[in-house]
Design a protein around this ligand. Sequence first.
Ligand code: DLZ
Length: 169
Amino acid sequence: PTLTSSSSFQALKGAESEVSFGDLDGKDVRVGIIRTRWNDEHVANLVKGCREALKDCNVKDENIFETSVPGAYELPLAARFLALSGTVDAIVTAGVLIKGETLHFEYISEAVSSGLMSVGLQTSMPVVYGVLNCLDEEQVTKRSSGDNNHGYDWGKTAVEMALLRNEAL
Ligand code: DLZ
């Protein structure tokens, strides 16, 4: 397909205009949110932030699909299933990993991060890395509430990447 000069793809290639969140129009974009049930309360706040961003980008309610998995370790496979279903244009994962007393955190963090990257590259589906890796709950709260809700950024990123994908493919 031909890429238009106003496209976000051109902007990423270094054209004059910068991609501005305010310009993102997601009226035809379908987004899948996969969230964990571990750390449920924090993840709910992140998903709320994500949904606010999707709304600000004109993504229709009926074009937002949400499902849950037990924990962060399950996110890559669930993202792969959803990517292969062809029903969405971008996926937001949402989870919180909190460091405990064992090496569990390190193993899971690394596996989830590289797993999600692999899914995106293998399926050409934007997979937003929405996993907070924190040392304690205080760090999580600071990043999932008020003006610093990272979920909001994840929602915007999903729309931007969905538009880029739809231009590129
Ligand atoms: C087991 C576990 C632990 C200890 N901590 C977390 C966590 O902080 N955040 C999270 O999302 N999941 C955690 N899990 C669950 C694992 O992600 C996974 O669900 C199980 O190991 C089963 O595969």
